[in-house]
Design a protein around this ligand. Structure first.
Ligand SMILES: Cc1cc2nc3c(=O)[nH]c(=O)nc-3n(C[C@H](O)[C@H](O)[C@H](O)COP(=O)(O)O)c2cc1C
Length: 176
């Protein structure tokens, strides 16, 4: 069976981000034949400008579009800021509207925040707008995330672990 690729995007730029740790945890659940990459370039995506969204978009945008296009699946894991989607994540997704990189792409969404309901709902709408295929059993809201991760970055909440395993299994089944 050929290798499959899962591309992961954290909506938090913070060093020590819980969302990054959740994505690392998911990576540890994957079989060895899955190529898993956690995107590190979100801060390099320039502010969305429709005037620059032409045949020669900024290189960082092209790199992100290609990574998504070439992946078999995408996982987004994000906090909520000020009752909404973190600006840097929304900005990157705005660049994906015209490229169709997400079109039909199996996608899982984890919102890991203090509350997170608003960002979660809003992101599902955005993923619909970019024609992403949010998979069945591929959405998860983890509230009070900071209390569910220990100082070493391990997810320690049993329900969160169970839910993340299930979501990961669902994604793997989708791309098998
Ligand atoms: C400026 C700011 C605004 C925030 N607003 C919200 C919010 O509206 N809803 C929420 O659930 N959490 C909010 N939080 C808390 C974040 O969810 C929390 O800090 C989370 O751990 C961030 O994710 P990270 O650990 O991956 O960086 C906010 C945090 C910051 C710094």
């Amino acid at each position: 069976m050929p290798n499959k690729t899962i591309f992961a995007i954290s909506g938090s730029l913070r060093e020590g981000s819980s969302n990054h740790k959740v994505l690392t945890f998911i990576g540890g659940l994957l079989p060895a034949d899955i190529s898993y990459h956690i995107y590190g370039g979100l801060a390099t995506i320039p502010p969305f400008d429709p005037g620059l969204d032409n045949d020669m978009p900024p290189q960082s945008v092209t790199t992100l579009r290609d990574a998504i296009t070439n992946a078999d699946a995408v996982i987004i894991c994000t906090p909520e800021y000020a009752f909404g989607i973190p600006g840097q994540l929304k900005n990157a997704l705005d660049w994906m509207v015209s490229s169709a990189s997400f079109s039909g792409k199996p996608t899982a969404l984890v919102t890991a925040s203090t509350g997170g309901e608003n960002a979660h709902t809003a992101l599902l709408k955005v993923l619909g707008a970019i024609d992403s295929d949010v998979i069945e059993g591929g959405t998860l809201l983890i509230p009070y995330i900071r209390s569910k991760i220990d100082n070493d970055g391990n997810v320690i909440d049993e329900d969160a672990i169970k839910d993340l395993k299930l979501l990961t299994d669902n994604l793997l089944k989708t791309i098998a």
